[in-house]
Design a protein around this ligand. Sequence first.
Ligand code: HEM
Length: 149
Amino acid sequence: MSERIVVKTKHGELTIDQLAEVQPGMSRIMEENARRWWYMYYAAQGGNWALAGYQYRQILGLFSTAKTLRPKYAQDLTTFELEYMKPIFEAINEKNWEKFEKAYHNGIEGSDLYHNKWGHPEIRFVLPSEPPKHLHLGPPEKLVRRKNT
Ligand code: HEM
C-alpha cells in the first residue's frame, strides 16, 4: 500500500516511501542547528534581539522536525529544551546580554553531553569567531541602507 504513487512531479512520480527517505536526517538538521546557534549569538551581541529571537524559534522548529523524523532523540531534545534553551529564551526576552552569554555557553556544554551520549565525542560545536556577514546584527531601526547594500 505504501508503494502507491502519491505525488506526480514534473520529473516523475514519487511514493510515500521515497518521500520519507529523502527527509533530512539528524546530520542535516544539526548542521542547520549549528548555523542558527552561530547567528543567534551575534544577533544578541549586536543588540538585534528580534533576530536572536527569530533564530531561537528556528532552533526549536528544527528540534521539532528532529523529534518527528528521528523519534529516538525526542526525549533528549525535550530535556535539552527545558534545561538549556529556556534560560536562553528568557535572556532574549529580557534583552539581557550577560544572562544570554552565560546561558548560551551552558547550552554548548550541554550539547557536548548529548553528543557524548549518542556516541559522538568527536562532535564539538565551536562558535565561529566571526559574525555572519550577510545579516544586520545591530538594532534593526539603526540600519541605514547605502546604495546596493
Ligand atoms: C547547542 C546545541 C547543539 C549544537 C550546536 C549541535 C551541533 C551539532 C553539529 C555541528 C553536528 C554535526 C553535523 C554534521 O555536520 O554532520 C551534530 C551532530 C549530532 N548531534 Fe548535535 N548539536 C546540538 C545539540 C544536540 C542535542 C541536544 C542532541 C540530542 C539528541 C544532539 C544530537 C546529535 C547527533 C545524534 C548528531 C550526529 C548526527 C548524525 O550524523 O547522525 N545534538 N550536532
